[in-house]
Design a protein around this ligand. Sequence first.
Ligand SMILES: [Zn+2]
Length: 265
Amino acid sequence: MNYFKRKFIILLYHKIGDYPEKAKFPGLYVSEKNFDKQIKYLKNKGYVFLTLSEMKQLYDNEYYPVLNNLKHESGNYDSAADTSKNEKNKFVSITFDDGSRSIYTKGLKIIKNNNVNATVFMVSDLIGDVNVWDIKNGEIKDEMLKPEELREMIKAGIEIGAHTRTHPHLTMISEKNAYEEISDSKKILEEKLNININFFAYPYGDYNENVKKLAAKAGFEGAVITKTGIVKNNADFFALRRVAIRHNTDFFKFKRKIFKVKYFY
Ligand SMILES: [Zn+2]
């Protein structure tokens, strides 16, 4: 039986916290209160939280017992193995693009307190630095995750994915540069953190057929985009759709977004 025939939701976040007054892109912030409320809502609805690699494992195996083999050592997972709780096949993944330090300073305790996990897409050349690409676009300075913070999050069950070296528009640079940005970000993170990097996020959600091929060639198992949607059977794993959560996504809008992707995508 194919247990993946229902749908899998991937949520897209950037920064946790109230947005500073001078922020040019306030949409990228989600307050701690809202983030916590959103996770609790999904938990109460019976959703099991998976990292993207766990989701892929479930997708490939199309069989529930794979949930029993998920890594639970950290104790940070809900009891995903308790399949009786999830007869409706409700799966969700929290993803963060860029690697803002606020994920560690403000988000991690919420993730831990709720016993869930997440996947963080890190701009590999900017570990411990600031949001250089965003500052060029007129945004205020935001600190990026430091190596020891990334390691602590990995210990807490959080998956790290790659988001290029410098956050370029991949369709606007040469194929050679694009491939280096994609492939090197994987290698740099793998070497620095001593883990496998399996998933990729296209900066600005900017991709085309060729860029997708480059991500596959670099050895990723899949890549996420910013278009709205849900992961269904026969999903294109190099263009996985997500549901973007923003600072103005209040509780009503959040519930409506989840409902809409589940039933209309
Ligand atoms: Zn980004």
